[in-house]
Write a new protein. Structure first.
Length: 352
């Protein structure tokens, strides 16, 4: 298992005018009543522990009484914009139960818990600094994965919906040992497909705590799916293996599960299935993806060193000389998708 090193602190990249226009075209740009920086004005905090009294790396923050009411109303407004039509009539049925802050990782998000006081159902959403590479990651996930994503951007603030599931590290430790043979084979198959999807769309750093396992009951069995939840490392790092979850030591048990469950022929078949599905998604979203890639090609979301290393590694992997001519991460991603489509179906991403 390779010991991959992630850049200690990926810089946050500003949203360009072209990307902002793209977000407006697809209803991602929406005016909201509160900014990320507003939530940084908390007066105190306490550590949040899990049910086993382990530090979750989140702290619960508090605001002075003069600001709390205004902050609560603003957060309720954000909730209604994200999940409904922005109607304020439902404010009376909502309560902001908690605002948590995480100092771990690049995005330093706030997690907001909103509860419906009538039935006690609750949900979360996240408030982060708007980072261009993260937004590219969210959009690509929305279009190229099986899952739609709901998020909003306003100036320097990003609002993301909560992705429900069991954190991968927790699942591997506490749930996987209890799965039967057929369930483990299904999870192994999903990991192969997840691994392939991340590599093709250049989503990096999928260590076990950056994805969730989603169990769904179907008749007499449980179906398991794997979903990414952190999109901070979209098209940034130079090492190709950082975009392949199989090479992280945190995923060793999942890789072991794959080798226990399948022979190479089956693994290759699942890879082909995932690539074929990706091409179908490309076909469905080719105009929108073309516009997004056009934004990336005019954007700066990585370093020259990372760009040169990645295009060299992908050339070694594909032997496609066109990768050597790429000048930025947008061109590398475009060429990756073109390479995929030409090998599975004729999808022209350049027509948009």
């Amino acid at each position: 298992m390779e010991d991959l090193k992630i850049s200690k602190r990926k810089p946050s990249f500003p949203i360009t005018e072209k990307l902002s226009n793209y977000l407006s075209d697809y209803n991602r740009n929406t005016k909201i009543p509160i900014f990320y920086d507003d939530l940084l004005r908390f007066q105190g905090s306490v550590v949040v522990y899990d049910k086993d009294d382990n530090d979750t790396l989140w702290i619960r923050v508090y605001y002075n009484e003069f600001e709390r009411e205004e902050i609560d109303n603003s957060l309720k407004k954000v909730y209604t914009i994200l999940h409904s039509d922005g109607n304020e009539n439902i404010f009376q049925y909502l309560n902001v139960d908690a605002i948590d802050f995480c100092t771990f990782g690049n995005s330093k998000p706030f997690r907001v818990k909103v509860r419906n006081i009538i039935n006690d159902n609750y949900t979360y959403f996240y408030i982060k600094t708007a980072d261009a590479s993260r937004i590219y990651g969210l959009e690509l996930e929305h279009m190229l994965s099986p899952y739609y994503l709901n998020f909003l951007v306003y100036e320097n603030t990003l609002i993301e919906e909560h992705i429900v599931g069991i954190p991968g590290d927790e699942f591997i430790k506490n749930f996987l040992p209890k799965c039967d043979k057929m369930e483990k084979m299904q999870i192994a198959k999903e990991f192969v497909k997840f691994n392939e999807r991340c590599m093709v769309r250049l989503l990096g750093d999928m260590r076990s705590y950056n994805y969730v396992i989603v169990p769904t009951h179907d008749f007499d069995h449980v179906v398991y799916k794997i979903r990414a939840i952190d999109f901070d490392q979209q098209s940034y790092e130079g090492k190709l293996n950082i975009y392949r979850p199989q090479f992280f030591k945190e995923n060793f048990r999942m890789v072991e599960l794959v080798s226990e469950s399948f022979q190479r022929l089956s693994i290759n078949q699942y890879k082909i299935e995932e690539r074929s599905i990706l091409v179908k998604r490309l076909k469905s979203f080719h105009i929108r993806i073309g516009k997004l890639v056009a934004c990336m090609k005019e954007d700066s979301i990585s370093t020259e060193e990372n760009i040169n290393l990645l295009k060299s590694k992908i050339y070694d992997y594909t032997q496609d000389i066109r990768f050597k001519n790429c000048k930025n991460m947008g061109e590398i991603l475009e060429q990756t998708l073109v390479f995929l489509s030409h090998n599975y179906e004729n999808v022209n991403l350049l027509k948009f």
